[in-house]
Design a protein around this ligand. Structure first.
Ligand SMILES: [Zn+2]
Length: 92
């Protein structure tokens, strides 16, 4: 094990990754299109959703989910050669 890969390093690494994933969870679903703020379907309440779309699942259209998936794929990239790594986690 290299010298820098000690217990304190590992604890700081875990803390940093927890803070990143916490921040990702707090990201809202909306965007600014240059003229007005708009929400993506994911920002609606369950009632609003059903009224507009019925039971059909709607994808995020504001870019938030794509951003979250990109950041998560970067966080797991160092483990891409490990057993259990799923190909859908690999960056495109
Ligand atoms: Zn969205």
């Amino acid at each position: 094990m290299p010298d820098w890969l000690d217990r304190d390093y590992l604890l700081r690494d875990v803390e940093a990754k927890r803070r990143i994933t916490d921040e990702l969870e707090r990201l809202p679903h909306y965007a600014w299109d240059g003229r007005s703020e708009y929400g993506c379907p994911r920002v609606m309440t369950a009632e609003e959703w059903r009224e507009l779309y019925g039971e059909v699942p709607q994808p995020c259209t504001c870019g938030r989910d794509q951003h979250v998936e990109f950041v998560l794929s970067m966080l797991v990239l160092p483990y891409s050669d490990r057993p259990g790594f799923r190909q859908e986690w690999a960056p495109e």
